[in-house]
Design a protein around this ligand. Structure first.
Ligand SMILES: [Zn+2]
Length: 261
């Protein structure tokens, strides 16, 4: 009755991934969208023979899930480094001790905790010190205003300008994805941010979800004049237009469109 899925009844009959996929289906909060059937193989929710053919022919290998990553225009050594981190293969002292090539798993910087990836980059006091010394506003101003980011304006009441950048990503192999956004003031300084992980059915859903979560914060905190930037033109157009009948994300799109209106 509180607008959430009641999964207890079916929990013992289906696996964890299915439960997670169901709980990630958006339930309307602000709008009413009637149930409808949709075809996930195409972008607009309508069935076509060519989309079905493409779906059947999709490569389903781990390599495909990483193709986007290797295409990134960043230095090769950085790609290798990130790949090692994401595969938990960075030779931290914890890993080296486990493999018998180090005598201690302690972090050589603070000497108090086991040096694993999380500690190395986030939890170690030395890492925290480093992060807090990075001039974030300067970095963000330079890196996020890329020309292929599309914008939409949300004028609630106007005084100072706030910018929201959102992004979403999706790992096709296991359906997991991430979303996030950050709010900056007119000087480009950080105000607040949000991020999370979630089960998605497409990268478009991850992009729309990121904008939607940003819109919920706007709805809650009622800032005066917000410009939203996303790198997905499709997501922005769908939200601006609203009412995409038969679209797999129609509930989510309508919810976001309703907040925008
Ligand atoms: Zn440490």
């Amino acid at each position: 009755m509180d607008g959430n899925w009641v999964l207890d009844e079916i929990a013992q009959h289906v696996d964890v991934n299915t439960l997670e996929a169901i709980s990630s289906i958006t339930i309307p909060t602000y709008t009413q969208t009637a149930d409808h059937s949709t075809w996930v193989g195409s972008g607009n929710g309508k069935f076509s023979i060519s989309a079905a053919y493409d779906l059947i022919n999709k490569e389903d290998t781990d390599l495909k899930g990483w193709k986007w990553f290797w295409k990134l225009e960043i230095p090769e050594k950085l790609k290798t480094f990130i790949w090692l981190i994401l595969h938990n293969s960075l030779p931290t002292n914890q890993l080296r001790a486990r493999r018998g090539i180090a005598t201690s798993d302690l972090c050589p910087r603070c000497n108090t905790c086991s040096e694993n990836i999380k500690h190395l980059f986030r939890e170690c006091n030395k890492a925290k010190e480093l992060w807090s010394n990075i001039p974030m506003s300067h970095l963000m101003r330079g890196d996020l205003d890329t020309p292929n980011h599309v914008r939409m304006s949300l004028n609630l009441r106007s005084d100072s300008n706030i910018k929201l950048n959102t992004d979403g990503c999706w790992y096709e192999t296991n359906g997991r994805g991430g979303f996030g956004g950050l709010f900056r003031d007119h000087k480009g300084d950080w105000i607040m941010g949000f991020y999370g992980m979630r089960y998605f059915s497409s990268s478009l859903e991850a992009e729309i979800w990121s904008i939607y979560k940003g819109l919920e914060i706007i709805l809650d905190r009622k800032p005066t004049n917000v410009t939203i930037e996303s790198d997905s033109l499709t997501a922005v157009n769908l939200i601006m237009e609203g009412n995409p009948s038969h679209h797999p994300q129609s509930v989510l799109i309508n919810e976001a469109h309703h907040i925008m209106a």
